[in-house]
Design a protein around this ligand. Structure first.
Ligand SMILES: *Cc1c(COP(=O)(O)O)cnc(C)c1O
Length: 350
């Protein structure tokens, strides 16, 4: 090892799902199979390249205002970033500065561990139970902060808001972050609790329900004090996070509520049909409330199935092979036709 290497920050990075560039059936990273709202295409067409000479609005004011109006909060309660990964990373940096460990589930979004290690934040994982459910009592102890997704990933299981509230209420000395990447496919959002608890931050994204993973937009909603702390960290790091295109397209996506809700209805319908048909083929599906299904099969090796789906059918799903989930794959809910192709292949499998 070279002498200078001891001064280099070494991290074990997050491994994103595969992004194949040829045409395949892509059910591996929970993207939306439908296009974004029509207004997004119009906004892109209307963009004047000459304006790209100029820096974007560092506050992304138009997008912040549109989100604030949509959710019925004030503009100083909204923080935006380059996908919720950026927002979450900023939250870890800003709010998790305790010597005590932060808490999150053992089976969850694998990026949490990566950020904790990157920022040298101590953490402990609370095992989900044998049905993969979050056990709320595990979070009723001293800690340096709490984060979990609701619905959880990659299980898709939704924790009732009353239980989420108990976790927030029992931890008012630390910040609790609820990562709601998939909430639009599920039940009530913790946004309903924002006015009641000063220690709560809700993070959401445009990548899933709003069909805009490629544009990279995420946001946090909280009270003005915590949003101010987040902005202080952001302006100490990179002032111009949101491109002009992201701001313009984001605004159009949020404005079209009808299109948004129709898209969600379609995906939930396909999800419930796919669950039923997978079960008829002997698969065991967790009761996902998200836009993906976490499944196993008592007779199949799921790693082999994952590889076969890719090589024989050109269908990409997600497989981790990590502890407790070696025999599970996660299938993103695609279009009806994509799910037909998947189910058709599975019918002839083995
Ligand atoms: C997809 C996802 C994110 C990140 O999404 P962005 O594309 O960065 O907005 C964050 N948390 C969970 C649980 C996710 O599944």
């Amino acid at each position: 090892m070279k002498a200078f290497e001891k001064n280099i920050r070494k991290v074990e990075p997050y491994v994103p799902g595969e992004q194949p560039q040829q045409t395949v059936i892509k059910l591996n990273t929970n993207e939306n199979p439908y296009p974004p709202a029509p207004g997004v295409a119009r906004a892109l067409k209307a963009m004047d390249p000459n304006r790209l000479r100029l820096y974007p609005d560092p506050t992304a004011g138009e997008l912040v205002k549109t989100l604030a109006d949509y959710y019925g909060v004030s503009e100083d309660q909204v923080f935006v970033g380059v996908g919720s990964d950026d927002v979450l990373a900023m939250c870890f940096l800003t709010f998790f500065c305790s010597e005590k460990p932060i808490l999150f589930p053992d089976i969850t979004y694998s990026f949490y561990k990566v950020w904790a290690n990157l920022y040298r934040i101590p953490y402990e994982c609370c095992p989900v139970d044998e049905h993969f459910r979050i056990v709320k009592e595990d979070y009723f102890r001293e800690n340096g902060g709490i984060i979990f997704p609701n619905p959880n990933a990659p299980t898709g299981l939704y924790l009732e808001l009353s239980e989420v509230e108990e976790i927030i209420a029992r931890n008012q000395d630390v910040i609790v972050i609820i990562d709601e990447a998939y909430i639009d496919f599920a039940g009530r959002s913790a946004l309903d609790l924002i006015e009641k608890y000063e220690n709560l931050i809700v993070v959401q994204t445009f990548s899933k329900a709003r069909s805009m993973a490629g544009m990279r937009i995420g946001y946090a909603i909280s009270n003005p004090l915590l949003i101010r702390y987040l902005n202080d960290a952001k302006y100490s790091f990179n002032s111009y996070t949101m491109s002009q295109a992201a701001i313009a397209c984001g605004v159009e996506a949020v404005k079209d509520k009808e299109y948004f809700e129709e898209g969600i209805r379609k995906i939930i319908k396909t999800r419930e049909r796919a669950k039923k048909e997978l079960e008829q083929l002997g698969f065991v599906c967790l009761d996902s409330q998200a836009n993906f299904i976490f499944v196993t099969h008592p007779e199949y090796d799921m790693k082999v199935l994952y590889e076969t789906l890719k090589s024989k059918a050109g269908i990409y799903v997600r497989y981790w092979g990590s502890e407790r989930i070696e025999q599970y794959i996660r299938i993103t809910v695609g279009t009806e036709e994509e799910m037909d192709a998947l189910l058709g292949f599975l019918e002839g499998y083995k």
